[in-house]
Ligand binder design. Sequence first.
Ligand SMILES: [Zn+2]
Length: 316
Amino acid sequence: MNVRVGLDIGGTKTAALVADGTGPLVEVTRPTDVASPARLVAGIVATVRQALGQLEPGRQLLAVGAGVPGLIDPAGGTVRMAVNLNLVEPYPLRDALEQALGVPVALENDVRVAALGAFHWARSRSDIGSLAYLSIGTGIAAGLVLDGKLYRGAQGMAGEIGHIPIDSAGPRCGCGQYGCLEAIAAGPAIAAFAATAMPERRPSTAEVFALAAAGQPDAGRVVARAAGYLSRAVYLLLMTYDVEQVALGGGVTRAGAAFEQPLRRAMADLRANSPLTATMMPDDKVVIIPSDYNAGARGAVFLAPAPLPADRQGGR
Ligand SMILES: [Zn+2]
């Protein structure tokens, strides 16, 4: 049977997930070599070949999809501003991978691809056609699937609410703007706020959540503040796109219940103010992606250009 490979290409590691029409078969993760574009391509190709080498004989690679942390021109297949990959100027990554692998390759921004993966995870649990994916990690990024398809927007930035300024008195963001959601509620921002609230302790982001869950009041206030902003971000996505679900992922969500419970309390606080909010943001519209589900690599499999027979069976 024929297979596709989904690639989650990050600045430190690259995951290659091999799947056929029945689902994932093999996943391999190797360090990403960003020393030069040629080394990057060679490393990605080696990761793909290692993953394919673990399959039983007779499998044929049909196509590859790849999520890349940068600005993508899907038509031209170029990547730029991928600082973590050492690719700032436009680089024809799609053509380079197609030449090396001999199959069609599709590229997309890594958060868009993770949104696609999140959508397929959510759709395996309930019959939905639209979803917003909100990634909360070292940054805050979002992607959209509308009517079952990735929605990019005019410049590929649709849903990127991490850079909406929400507090004019807030700290300066990496994008240059002041008080972006990302500068207030992403992992590093939570740790920075905790360092001022708890100067004697200066806990990491993960420690803040653990301390808050254990009842430490200063940590509790730091987490409640972040949860308040994030609940508004979720509501913003629901009101802007009226999606059926909002799926949350990224490093900060791995705090598990210590992340989820304060967020759900903040959502309940918003609902208590307004019947409209209660209608638009019920608890079950918001889901947390399990930490062992690699939404990036899974989504990249669905991005791969060649359709497989199972894709045409059922579903939207
Ligand atoms: Zn910003």
